[in-house]
Ligand binder design. Structure first.
Ligand code: IMP
Ligand code: MG
Length: 190
């Protein structure tokens, strides 16, 4: 298996910059929702590292829950517009103040489907907080209230984001050089 040094093109966002921006987002959320309790919903698995750092910077009462969605694959590194829920929430979101936490918005299809689904459960409010936004790739418009960084159309990894399920543990966001990356044959994903 390759080490990331064998295929990284550049470090796009270093660790310190991530932490600084995440803290800004946490402070902003704490101000915007002052006096309320919020429920942060993390879309597994890419958003986990962002969520766990983000909640440590939030100063108002916060609960968390998780859901997982899978896209029916056409392109290996892009979603094709159809998603299915593979793990649903434990929490009843009816009447709750909800913020959906995402790692990255690319075409927008994943988020759009999740927002549609959650809206049918009648939350009091439903906002989106994404760490990264590849806005030039957008195929469907999604309302984003909080965004960490707008990034160029490059495949990125680290800080929760995977390539074939690995490299999520890296503390920075890097860009993959797809010429040098050798795909793993069996990543154990289904
Ligand atoms: P969308 O439905 O096209 O917006 O895709 C969103 C999902 O695709 C994200 O939640 C990620 O799981 C994945 N994704 C999109 N771009 C990247 C990337 O550059 N690196 C890693 N995962 C990505
Ligand atoms: Mg994701």
């Amino acid at each position: 298996m390759q080490t990331y040094q064998e295929f990284i093109q550049e470090v796009l966002i270093p660790e310190e910059e991530l932490h600084k921006r995440v803290a800004e987002l946490g402070a902003q959320i704490s101000r915007d929702y002052a006096g309320q309790e919020i429920l942060l919903i993390c879309i597994l698995r890419g958003g986990v590292m962002f969520l766990t750092d983000l909640i440590r910077t939030i100063t108002i009462p916060v609960a968390i829950d998780f859901m997982a969605v899978s896209s029916y694959g056409v392109g290996k590194y892009a979603s094709d517009g159809e998603v299915r829920i593979s793990l649903d929430l434990k929490t009843n979101v009816s009447g709750r103040t909800v913020i959906l936490v995402e790692d990255i918005i690319d075409s927008g299809h994943t988020l759009n489907s999740v927002l549609d689904l959650l809206s049918t459960r009648h939350p009091k409010s439903l906002d989106v907080c994404t760490l990264l936004d590849k806005s030039e790739r957008r195929e469907v418009e999604v309302p984003v209230r909080y965004c960490g960084f707008t990034i160029p159309n490059k495949f990125v990894f680290g800080y929760g984001l995977d390539i074939d399920e690995y490299y999520r543990n890296l503390p920075f966001i890097g860009v993959v050089d797809l010429e040098r990356y050798k795909p793993i044959k069996n990543n154990g994903d289904c």
